[in-house]
Ligand binder design. Structure first.
Ligand SMILES: [Fe+2]
Length: 207
């Protein structure tokens, strides 16, 4: 998340067929190679005219979006958010095996959501009920884990709110396989969560 302009399409951390059958390689090719790449290209296109912004990290741009030139705020929110959100989405899935929250993160989930099952239930409801396109997130702020939804390519990141996990519920994330059955996509997605990666973000968020 600390890279600078020109932003690059980050390769997937697993093969395209690694998430099957939950997410098909066809879906992943379109999602990563087309949709995500378009956000990267659009973001670079916007920033190419603003040399002063080219030494800002993407996260800084999103956190301080109201300080950016007014005529590019929407473009950065949509395309910069599109890059940021997809990078986390692809990273927080794993292609080999199955993991569960452990250690301090597991304790925090039990403290803030009572149980792993209840965490999954709230994340699922947030993802299913997100109206239109958007995401459901696990975030951490001031010692507390929270699940939130976001519309379009908005991201919850701020100086103090750290995103740890997100599920993309844009139709492009699931429509080829699941058509209108978003709930089936979400339930098949949950076992893909790479809890080791989420744990790294959780530890970093605690400073
Ligand atoms: Fe997406």
């Amino acid at each position: 998340m600390n890279e600078l302009f020109p932003f690059q399409v980050e390769p997937l951390p697993y093969p395209y067929d690694a998430l099957e059958p939950a997410i098909s390689q066809e879906t992943l090719h379109f999602h990563h190679d087309k949709h995500y790449k378009t956000y990267v290209d659009n973001l670079n296109g916007i920033l190419s005219d603003f040399p002063k912004l080219q030494n800002m990290t993407l996260e800084d741009m999103l956190i301080h979006i109201k300080d950016l030139p007014e005529d590019i705020q929407t473009g950065i929110r949509n395309n910069g958010g599109g890059v940021y959100n997809h990078q986390l989405y692809f990273q927080c899935m794993q292609g080999d095996g199955f993991s569960m929250p452990e250690g301090d993160l597991s304790n925090a989930i039990h403290k803030d959501f009572e149980s792993i099952d209840n965490f999954c239930r709230i994340l699922t409801n947030t993802a299913i009920k997100q109206f239109g396109s958007g995401y459901a997130w696990l975030t951490f702020e001031k010692g507390k884990l929270t699940i939130v939804g976001s519309a379009n390519q908005d991201t919850p990141v701020t100086e103090t709110i750290r995103p740890l996990l997100c599920i993309d519920v844009w139709e492009h994330a699931y429509y080829l396989q699941y058509q209108n059955r978003r709930a089936d996509y979400v339930s098949n997605w949950l076992p893909l969560i790479n809890w080791n990666y989420v744990n790294q973000l959780y530890e970093a968020a605690q400073g």
